[in-house]
Design a protein around this ligand. Structure first.
Ligand code: UDP
Ligand code: MG
Length: 311
């Protein structure tokens, strides 16, 4: 089926150190696809795994005509791996999915039903994240709220990468050249007629999540700086307010000195103001740095990923 002309469904699964779950994942997918009764391909993207993931995937590709493997030259991160898979997918519809089975594959049947009703995008919305840690849920919730307040593009709450996209959505997606890829935001930016299907997020069947606190923080920062310039603009207003306060305070000191003469015990207030302003300035510079760093990365125009080989 590797050169099927009328391929219906492409499943895109990025894999980073997933040796423990590939078998279970495939078994489940084949079972669901049998129910669907349409032709399909599974595009695995090996994102520089350090375990036996690649060997297992190679064997699967030999054993099953439906399995294709894109092997990236190193670990490029989930967003890039996903992009690689979507770029090479050939189906009439494309479904990105995590291999750890946190996104229940049964949902694909419902996705397809909605697609046949005329939707170009069908997203899976997690209604129950009780299997994620409390810290992860709270930080995710805070992120969505903050992001949607300050960005022009609204990311729907609790909607991940698990979704169905029609061919024309995928073709539009492929036109976006940015190398800093925050897929949730990019998906939302694309628009199109979208249906939502709710589901319960399971816990990983095996293996470990590769997203720890620091990685998630950087992920959130990517999200906000990719889709909003509010953090840049806020400094203008903060600066204006502070300058105004400083002006009032300065006037008051001048008047006081003129009326009552100079007194020296102003050390405490002085040092407070200096430290406060110093802090604000450093923060402002930091924010500028975040954006400039991103401009720098984009301006290099490097490819998003490098394919080492395909199986
Ligand atoms: N993943 C990847 N590259 C990475 C990190 C993760 O391709 O650098 C894949 C991983 O194999 C999995 C999916 O992205 O299929 C989601 O990763 P994970 O389960 O670790 O994230 P979580 O579910 O905790 O958000
Ligand atoms: Mg996971």
């Amino acid at each position: 089926m590797k050169n099927n002309r009328q391929l219906f469904l492409s499943i895109v699964a990025p894999c980073y150190n997933e040796e423990a779950v590939i078998d279970i994942f495939l078994e489940k997918i084949f079972y669901i696809m049998q129910k669907l009764g349409k032709n399909f391909e599974i595009v695995f993207v090996n994102d520089g795994s350090r375990d036996a993931t690649l060997e297992i995937l190679q064997a699967k590709s030999k054993a099953f005509a439906e399995v294709r493997v894109i092997n990236l030259s190193r670990n490029f991160g989930k967003e890039a791996a996903l992009t690689a898979g979507i770029d090479t997918s050939r189906g009439e519809v494309v479904v990105p999915i995590d291999v750890d089975l946190q996104d229940p594959p049964e949902l694909i049947l419902e996705f397809v039903k909605k697609y046949e009703e005329g939707y170009d995008v069908v997203v899976g919305k997690r209604i129950d994240r009780s299997t994620d840690s409390r810290a992860k849920r709270v930080s995710a919730e805070t992120f969505y709220k903050l992001h949607n307040k300050i960005s022009d593009i609204e990311i729907p709450h609790n909607v991940g990468d698990y979704r169905l996209m029609s061919r024309r959505v995928v073709e539009e997606l492929k036109k976006l050249p940015e190398t800093q890829r925050f897929m949730k935001g990019i998906f939302a930016w694309l628009g199109f007629k979208t249906a939502v299907i709710e589901y319960k997020r399971e816990s990983r069947v095996a293996g470990e999540s590769s997203f720890n606190g620091w990685k998630l923080w950087n992920f959130a920062l990517d999200g906000i700086t990719s889709f909003s310039t509010a953090p840049l603009r806020v400094w203008l207003y903060l600066g204006m307010v502070l300058a105004f306060i400083a002006f009032i305070y300065g006037s008051w000191i001048i008047i006081k000195t003129l009326l009552f003469g100079a007194d020296s015990p102003g050390y405490a207030s002085m040092i407070t103001v200096i430290l406060f302003l110093g802090g604000i300035q450093l923060m402002g510079i930091g924010i500028l740095g975040e954006y400039i760093g991103r401009i720098y990365l984009e301006s290099k125009n490097r490819p998003i990923y490098i394919v080492e080989d395909e199986y």
